[in-house]
Write a protein that binds this ligand. Structure first.
Ligand SMILES: Cc1cc2nc3c(=O)[nH]c(=O)nc-3n(C[C@H](O)[C@H](O)[C@H](O)COP(=O)(O)OP(=O)(O)OC[C@H]3O[C@@H](n4cnc5c(N)ncnc54)[C@H](O)[C@@H]3O)c2cc1C
Length: 345
């Protein structure tokens, strides 16, 4: 069976879903295909910025997103003795019309983006639909799904996450670096700390972050040492040991998610290959400390959305789509540098 659409989006992560909402609004026939049977639910982004909120506003979803945020979240940097070294409190600035720094819960906002597609008869999502091949011809791209079905589209956007099979299949390099040490994130319900702030601890014993999230959730992140492995995440004693300097009795915590992650800083050698585009983590990944991975992907979707709509509707030539990489590459290169602690201007 072959399905036809204007734009095929591969991956129902935040980037693919944001793009699909923006295209749906424009009346473009858009299909999102997702390998998994539901949205990813493990702990990831905790910071949504003002520009991403403006994108949510454009997509008509900001009122649904705001309840899952802590607006104007203050951030403190402290030393090993918990002495405050600096405070970031950008409450007076509103360049994009929204608070600049906000705590949020990624899985809940991703669900808002998924539900947003119900508004458009011209937008659809299919779960359990892994793309296993893409073939381009003069008029479009044919995607083959794992069950042998095919989808024909004028354009394909691969928003498949950092491991992007499309990027690999196209032989596009993903240059950069991967840090030798991992980090661990632990999300806890019924926050035992209770303050609405984010704290980054430059503790020489072990650096950490302790971040208040909406709905009474707290995120802890700890740097792991080279001899600590992914297996340690399932070891309660190890996890309680990490939390012991922060709460009186970690065994009483209501831990809802825990996961080890790796710090990558990589950018694809090109964001466009003919009628196929890379967006979000498929195009660039960065250490989580800058809180810019999710936000950078939303900027990709925002940049690409109106351009794809204009070209599909015949309001612009295909050349407009070349400006996607031109406009996004420089900014995302800076965000990767900032996330590595190497500020570039
Ligand atoms: C611990 C941690 C903390 C983070 N904190 C922040 C933060 O504070 N702020 C921030 O901005 N970012 C943060 N990030 C980064 C952020 O989570 C990611 O940048 C973001 O989720 C990327 O979205 P995406 O849509 O590009 O990819 P993903 O969310 O990875 O979605 C890709 C989707 O594509 C699907 N897929 C893959 N291959 C196929 C295929 N062949 N066919 C069909 N579907 C496929 C996958 O199943 C997946 O659902 C953090 C990440 C981590 C791990």
């Amino acid at each position: 069976m072959t399905t036809a659409c204007d734009v095929l989006v591969v991956g129902a992560g935040p980037v693919g879903l944001t793009l699909a909402n923006l295209l749906g609004q424009q009346g473009i026939c858009v299909l999102v295909v997702e390998r998994e049977h539901e949205l990813i639910d493990y702990p990831r982004a905790v910071g949504i910025d003002d520009e991403a909120l403006r994108a949510m506003q454009t997509a008509g979803l900001v009122e649904e997103v705001l309840p899952h945020t802590i607006p104007d979240q203050k951030t403190y940097m402290v030393n090993g003795d918990r002495m405050i070294l600096s405070e970031v409190n950008p409450t007076t600035t509103r360049e994009f019309g929204w608070p600049r720094r906000n705590g949020f819960v990624q899985p809940l906002v991703d669900q808002v983006l998924l539900a947003g597609l119900d508004r458009f008869p011209n937008a659809a999502v299919r779960f359990g639909a892994e793309v296993v091949d893409l073939t381009e011809d003069a008029d479009g791209v044919v995607a083959t799904l794992v069950n042998g079905e095919t989808v024909r589209a004028l354009y394909v956007v691969a928003a498949e996450g950092g491991a992007s099979p499309t990027r690999k299949r196209l032989g596009i390099l993903f240059g950069g670096e991967t840090r030798p040490t991992d980090g661990i994130v632990i999300d806890v319900a019924n926050d035992p700390i209770g303050t609405p702030h984010a704290v980054f601890g430059g503790d020489s014993a072990r650096s950490y972050a302790s971040i208040a999230l909406p709905h009474g959730i707290r995120r802890w992140e700890f740097t792991l040492f080279e001899d600590e492995t992914e297996a340690d995440v399932d070891n309660d004693e190890f996890v309680f040991g990490l939390l012991a300097p922060h709460v009186p009795d970690p065994s009483k915590l209501d831990i809802i998610r825990r996961r080890v992650y790796r710090h990558h800083a990589r950018i694809a050698g090109g964001f466009r290959h003919g009628r196929i585009f890379l967006a979000g983590d498929a195009a660039h990944v960065m250490p989580v400390v800058g809180g810019q991975g999710w936000n950078s992907g939303i900027r990709d979707a925002f940049n690409l959305g109106w351009k794809l709509a204009a070209v599909v509707k015949g309001l612009s030539t295909d050349g407009l789509l070349d400006t996607y990489e031109t406009e996004r590459l420089g900014h995302v290169t800076q965000m990767v540098a900032v996330s590595l602690g190497r500020r570039r201007r």
